[in-house]
Ligand binder design. Sequence first.
Ligand code: PEP
Ligand code: MN
Length: 384
Amino acid sequence: MVTHAQRVAMKGVPAFLLNSSRHFGTLRALNVADRWSFGDRASMVIVMKKGSSREDLARVTRAVEQLGFCPHVLPGLERTAVGITGNPGPLDPDTFERLPGVARAIPISQPFKLASRELKPENTVVRVGSKGIGGGGLFVIAGPCAVETPDQILETARFMKLAGADALRGGAFKPRSSPYSFQGLGREGLVLLAKAREATGLPIVTEAVDEASLELVGEFADVVQIGARNMQNYELLKRAGRLKKPVLLKRGMSATLEDLLLSAEYVLAEGNPDVILCERGIRTFSRHSRFTLDLSVVPAARGLSHLPILVDPSHAVGRGDRVSAMARAAVAAGADGVMIEVHPAPDEALSDGRQALLPQQGADLIAQLRAIAAIVTPKAEALL
Ligand code: PEP
Ligand code: MN
C-alpha cells in the first residue's frame, strides 16, 4: 500500500518503476522515498564478471545509453565496472544483472557518485610527470605563491629540483582578496613556468581563475589548479572536466568534505578522471592562524573517496615558521603529498611572502617528509 506521503515523495519517479509492486519493493529497500525528498538521485555501479568479454561490456554501455543515461567505464585491476549517472530516479539492479557478463549492479548511496569509493574501491592514481599521486608514495609540490621574475622562478625551480621536489608551483593568475594586490603576470608567467620546466624537468602546477585563463593554463600546465575561492564555480569545474589535464581541486574555506567531493564530481562527470583533492585550511573562530588546517579530512576523504588528497599547510597557517610542523603532521596523517610555498626572498615577495619558506628550509622539510612517509605509507617509492 503506497501512502499519500510516499506518493508525494515519489513525485517524478518514472511511472514504470512505480507501477510494479516488485519495483516498489526495491524502491523501499533503497529507502528511496527519503532520498527522493532530498532531491538525491540514487545511482548505480555495474560490476562486470571476471573474464567477461568486450561485447558484454559494450552491451551494458548500450543498455545504459538506451535508457537515456550516461555510462562511465571504469577499468579495474581485476574487473571492469560501469558507473551510471544522469538517471532521474533510482534504477532497478535487475535491469542490468540479467545481462550477460554482469556480476552485480550496486546502488550508490552517496550524493557524489563517480568520486565515491562505493563506485571504485581501489585508489585512483593520478600520473604527473614520471610519478603517480595516490599510489602510496609522497608527492611534493613546491614553489612560490606567484611567478614574479625569470630569475625568481628559475632559481626556485632549480633549487627545489635538487631538493627532491616532484613538481613546481607558481601562480600566473592570482585570485587575491584585495583588487589592489598583485594579480599575477598572466600569460608571461605561464611562459616563465614553461621555461623552468624545460630547465629542470619539473612538471608545473598553476591556477586558472576563470574560463579565459583556464584555456591558457590548459595549454601550459601539467596540473591545473582550481583554487579555494573557485571550488564552487561550477561552470569552471565543468570546463576543467573537459580538459585532458589533471585538476588539483582545493577545498573552499567554508566547504564541507561533501561539498568538495560534489565539486570533484563536476570534473569527473565531464569525463576527466584525474582529480586531486587538496586541503588548504578552513575558516573557524580561531584567530592564531590564517585558517585552520583540518587534517581530520585526510582519513575522512580516504574513506569516502578513491581520489588522492594533498595538503597545503602554507595557506592554512599563513606563517613560514609554522609550515613545517603542519606539513609533517599532514604526511603522518596519510596525505598523498603536500604543496608548500617557497620563495628565494620572502620579504620581497609580491604575494604571500609571510608564509613562504626559504629554499633551504623547503629542502630540509622535504627530507623530513620523505622519512615520515617511509614509515606511514606502504610503498618504498616514498624513499625516492
Ligand atoms: C594558491 O595556492 O596560490 C592559492 C591562492 O591557494 P588557495 O586557493 O587555497 O587560497
Ligand atoms: Mn599563496
